[in-house]
Ligand binder design. Structure first.
Ligand code: NA7
Length: 556
């Protein structure tokens, strides 16, 4: 199906991953005529596209699901501590079936542009191929990590083998058995894929630019008793999560790593390491805020690398030394380090042996030609802004979003941007997004937007825009808070450093999910302080009323 000219919606949602799915459900439940457009052939977003071997969520399954319906929580059972990509995609499909979401989603349709018309207070959304639809509000649900980044390696187009990005993995799978495979990139995706690919490939070459801190996931099946306990505790656990810094119900420590003896520090680190998962980062309260405290944790992990990896030279190459642990996104793994003890796995350090060229038959790195059949790009994403800026979004007076954000994204609460009335961003830059359990961040944003639309509808208004002042104040606050965290000490996608030429600014809000949600609630209570509300300069069409949808007819 494609977009068809001449139809109007109250709200168009761009994307049908977890954000778009819940947006369709929530807006529809409140009586809005909503429609979503999705590039993929089904729901699921990230989990639809990321089908690489080993793809798994790094949030525990007990925390990783929607909270909006207690019955939904009860009728889905996760099988393991961390949910795998196929299981999460099944969950997304289950949600789509249960709430009959697909009837309001057009699949296989990538949105190319969204233009605001000041005269009629409408958004015109255009799909690839040129079909258009108009809506009063436009809500982007495009994901924070969905615009894949493939480095421009010289000669890549000459390569006669296969090239696949982890975030765009062929649905039919990739034959790896008995083949010579390269993985470029050692972020979360590479670190998950490498152990699985190593088991299948004849030979695996890992090209590493920067070593990453990774913690053992210690994934395991959940027992029926655990599954029951999780379900019995959902209501309280999700309520605690909503108030927490990361949207996850877990202990948040109050003790400084600097206030305990070395023996006690090691005891705590060892126990968190044994527990597995990102809880290690919550060993002490100041791992993410104090360089000295952080250094204890960083050193502990480096010692573990030396313990696990047989060859001391390889262990050293795998050891991050020039940024604090957690300043780049922490990775979780299953047997990543031990994989480098396998005879069919080689680590190439791009800092000493950079890729000179891709040839027809492989990669030339340092002074060697490495023959290859498959190149896996685990090279990440143009995070948080890429998916928005790859569309042509224009606000008042035809102002392109790319021009407005030339020096970095500017938003109010990560939800809206001045100059773009009636545009809402779900988990936009300047909101906790990737630093929170993202499904909870999504629900909080969608609920906030839905309340806001109700507020406008109840007052006969149909236009809302963030003020530049509110945006500047929020931007300053985002930067002030980030200055108290350690993210600025690493070249990561959190600060846009992975994309050549991208402005270096902190992208997510680092002040914590609970604090942020409270702030959003205060804005609501203050009658949407920082926003300009009003009637549009003219009705979209005579008689058009938001909230009492006018069915113009959907075709195609
Ligand atoms: P990441 O975390 O951005 O990792 C990308 C990796 O690719 C990282 O090791 C990069 O090295 C490397 N990279 C990127 N460009 C190049 C070039 N040109 N040459 C060599 N190596 C390169 O992406 P992921 O997909 O692993 O994870 C994204 C998020 O998804 C993750 O954090 C989870 O939230 C889920 P670098 O470190 O930049 O030197």
């Amino acid at each position: 199906m494609t977009l068809t000219e001449g139809i109007d919606y109250d709200i168009v949602v761009i994307g049908a991953g977890f954000a778009g799915m819940y947006a369709v459900h929530a807006f529809r439940s409140r009586g809005y005529r909503v429609h979503a457009y999705e590039a993929g052939s089904d729901v699921g977003g990230t989990w639809y596209w990321n089908r690489y071997p080993g793809a798994r969520c790094d949030v525990e399954s007990r925390s990783y699901s929607y909270s909006f319906d207690p019955e939904l929580l009860q009728d889905w059972t996760w099988s393991g501590r961390y949910p795998s990509q196929p299981e999460i995609l099944d969950y997304a499909r289950h949600v789509a079936d249960r709430y009959d979401l697909r009837r309001d989603i057009t699949f296989d349709t990538r949105v190319r542009s969204a233009w605001f018309d000041d005269r009629t207070t409408t958004w015109t959304i255009t799909a690839d191929g040129g079909d258009q639809v108009r809506a009063r509000y436009c809500v982007t649900a495009v994901g924070c990590l969905s615009a894949t980044q493939v480095p421009r390696l010289p000669g890549l187009e000459r390569f006669r083998g296969e090239v696949h990005h982890t975030g765009n993995w062929p649905h039919e799978g990739v034959g790896l058995a008995g083949r010579r495979v390269a993985v470029i990139g050692t972020g979360s995706s590479g670190i998950q894929a490498i152990p699985e690919i190593a088991k299948q490939a004849a030979h695996l070459t890992v090209f590493q630019r920067t070593p990453n801190f990774t913690l053992p996931a210690r994934n395991r099946p959940m027992t029926p008793l655990e599954q029951e306990e999780v379900k019995a505790g959902y209501t309280e656990s999700r309520a605690r999560a909503r108030r927490s810094p990361a949207g996850v119900d877990q202990p948040y420590p109050t003790i400084s790593a600097k206030d305990v003896s070395e023996a006690e520090r090691l005891r705590v680190f060892e126990s968190k390491w044994a527990e597995g998962g990102t809880r290690f980062m919550a060993s002490f309260r100041d791992i993410g805020t104090d360089l000295e405290a952080n250094a204890f944790a960083s050193e502990f992990v480096r010692a573990k690398i030396a313990e696990v990896v047989d060859d001391p030279a390889v262990a050293e190459r795998l050891s991050p030394r020039d940024y604090p642990i957690g300043a780049k996104r922490i990775c979780l793994d299953t047997d990543y380090l031990a994989t480098f003890n396998r005879p069919n796995v080689e680590l190439v350090d791009l800092r000493t042996d950079p890729i000179a060229a891709v040839t027809e038959s492989g990669v030339r790195a340092g002074d060697r030609d490495i023959p290859l059949d498959v190149i896996v790009m685990a090279t990440g994403y143009d995070a948080m802004t890429g998916a928005l800026l790859r569309m042509d979004i224009r606000g008042r007076d035809g102002l392109p979003l790319g021009a407005r954000w030339h020096d970095g994204p500017q938003t109010y609460l990560g939800l809206a941007t001045a100059g773009f009335p009636n545009l809402f961003l779900i988990t936009g830059p300047g909101s906790p997004s990737v630093l929170a359990m993202v499904i909870m961040a999504i629900e909080q944003h969608v609920d906030w937007i839905a309340d806001c639309l109700d507020h406008l509808r109840d007052r006969g208004l149909d236009r809302i825009e963030a003020t530049e002042q509110a945006e500047q104040d929020w931007g300053r606050h985002v930067n002030d808070v980030a200055a108290t965290r350690l993210y600025r000490h690493a070249n990561s996608w959190y600060v846009g450093a992975n994309i050549p030429g991208k402005p270096r600014v902190i992208l997510p809000y680092t002040g914590g999910f609970g604090t942020y949600s409270k702030r959003c609630d205060e804005v609501t209570r203050a009658g949407y302080a920082g926003f300009r509300l009003g009637p549009g300069d003219g009705p979209a069409e005579p008689g058009a009323q938001i909230g009492r949808p006018r069915h113009v007819g959907r075709q195609g």
